[in-house]
Write a protein that binds this ligand. Structure first.
Ligand code: GDP
Length: 490
């Protein structure tokens, strides 16, 4: 299929200043050239214009010789092009009708309409990009935040691929040692001892798990940080939510499924979407209606990355305050223990769960027992003291400090480590997770003294799964699925 020449309108539909039609394939030049006339004499071009330069021309219908548009054309010789094939890009006026007419003329010359993502697919098949990089192209186009954009750029430059290749290389080393001893026993290659193999597998496993830790953080960038505002009734949670949204000049988006009990809004905190979930208190209640609210709150907290725990500074701590604290600590918020790594689990694995204490109503006489609060919440999961901020939603006091604390937590690496390779793509995360499972299984087999060829089955599986990230072992189905999600013309 790859020897035909494809074309598509590469700019978004609708009127625009300019519109670009892209042609790629071995006939790209032969297809474009007869459509062009030199602007001065309106004569056909005798030579292909210089590569990678813009040439001014009239684009005509070769049958009627009618001028369809004035254009700038770039002829780009392989291999220094997006697809590594000969590419022509025609820049015309951006009207949909104009572009359609040019496209029709190009198709009439023998080009085929490109499928979604087919230009990028060719870049992949011709070895210009690996699969993770090709997917980064799509992420780049669809990025909603600057942080997401930076990540996609990083992936496009191949940082993820390089790390995945490192892990693959480590696994291949182990497979080679095992298989050499199985395949060539007569060559006196000693059977490797599990004590030799284990550290090698551990290295690979560590590399994969580091990428997985980055996967969890990549999710935060993509989907935002789920922040719950929690506290007993009347401490000022709703007021705080409103105040935060207002002062951030937030892009407020109502989320489908919003209920009376939990209100979700999204604020944009320096490029990272921050979900604020206001909950109707979390302490158990006998009232059946309120119980539903309590369950929702718990579920919201359970899936949160960060908790704003709000107290009323104008009152003593109540029994309900203590109960909220107990509940959250049971869920693992603010606990000093680093959560255990549970392969394949979406929940608290790979994650620290910070809490920020907010003592609200700072404008009133303060009766809350601060020492007691600090005793309840001594040290955060990052080892630092848990932040405690005094706010007043009435006067606005402390709100900017609260915002600074939140953005610190997010950006200063307490939740997100910006230097890590962040894996944002769900497909990559799945492949990494399964690879990690197989590596663990191979360690267990080693420990149980299972014959080495069985150990190597799991190692092979891990090796292939990692290859799916970069595309070395991706099936045609997988490729079809990935590239069909692209837009036409990319
Ligand atoms: P929620 O039940 O926790 O969501 O609390 P609300 O936000 O509904 O606030 C409960 C009451 O406290 C309301 O009457 C608010 O006007 C009041 N309130 C909220 N924040 C403050 C504050 O900072 N200072 C004072 N004095 N009152 C506040």
């Amino acid at each position: 299929m790859q020897n035909d020449t494809i074309t598509a309108i590469a700019t978004p539909p609708g009127p625009g200043g300019i519109g670009i039609i892209r042609i790629s394939g071995s006939d790209a030049f032969a297809i474009a050239l007869p459509l062009l006339r030199s602007a001065a004499q309106r004569a056909p071009f005798t030579d292909i214009p210089p590569s990678h330069q813009l040439t001014y021309a009239h684009l005509v219908d070769p049958v009627t010789d009618e001028t369809l548009d004035e254009v700038l054309v770039a002829f780009m010789s392989a291999p220094r092009t997006y697809t590594r094939e000969d590419v022509v890009e025609i820049q015309g006026h951006g009207g949909p009708l104009v572009l359609q007419r040019i496209l029709r003329a190009v198709l009439a010359q023998g080009a085929r309409m490109a499928n979604p993502g087919e230009f990028t697919l060719r870049a992949f098949l011709n070895g210009r990009l690996d699969l993770a990089q090709a997917e980064a192209v799509m992420d780049l186009i669809s990025s909603q935040t600057e942080a997401g954009l930076r990540l996609a750029m990083q992936q496009l430059r191949g940082r993820l691929s390089a790390h995945v290749q490192q892990a693959r290389h480590a696994i291949l080393g182990v497979i080679a040692r095992i298989e050499a001893s199985i395949d060539f026993p007569e060559d006196d290659i000693p059977t490797p001892q599990s004590s030799e193999l284990r550290p090698l597998i551990e290295v690979a496993l560590q590399q994969v798990d580091e990428l997985l830790a980055g996967a969890e953080q990549g999710r935060l960038y993509r989907q935002g940080l789920r922040t719950s505002i929690i506290g007993r009734p009347n401490v000022g949670k709703s007021s705080l939510l409103n105040a935060l949204l207002r002062t951030e000049r937030a892009i407020v988006t109502p989320i489908a499924g919003t209920t009376r009990d939990t209100v979700e809004e999204v604020a944009n905190l320096r490029g990272i979407p921050l979900h604020l979930i206001d909950t109707a208190g979390i302490t158990p209640s006998d009232d059946p209606v309120e119980q539903i609210g309590v369950q929702r709150s718990r579920a919201a907290a359970e899936t949160s990355d960060l908790i704003l725990l709000v107290f009323d500074g104008s009152e003593s701590l109540t029994e309900q305050d203590y109960r909220v604290c107990d509940e959250l600590q049971l869920m693992g918020f603010g606990s000093g223990e680093s959560s255990s790594v549970v392969p394949g689990s979406q929940s608290s694995s790979y994650r620290q769960r910070p809490v920020v204490l907010v003592v609200n109503k700072a404008d009133c006489v303060q009766r809350i027992e601060l020492a007691e609060l600090e005793r309840l919440w001594p040290i955060s999961s990052t080892g630092a003291a848990i932040p405690l901020i005094h706010t007043s939603t009435l006067t606005g006091a402390g709100l900017s400090e609260l915002e600074a604390t939140l953005s610190d937590l997010v950006l200063a690496g307490k939740i997100l480590h910006s230097e890590d390779v962040l894996v944002t793509n769900v497909r990559h995360q799945d492949a990494l997770r399964h690879a990690s499972d197989h590596l663990r299984a191979s360690m267990i087999s080693l420990r149980q003294k299972v014959p080495l060829d069985f150990v190597s089955i799991d190692l092979r599986a891990a090796f292939d799964l990692l290859g799916e990230v970069t595309g070395e072992t991706a099936s045609e189905n997988l490729l079809d699925r990935i590239f069909s999600e692209f837009c036409i013309g990319k």
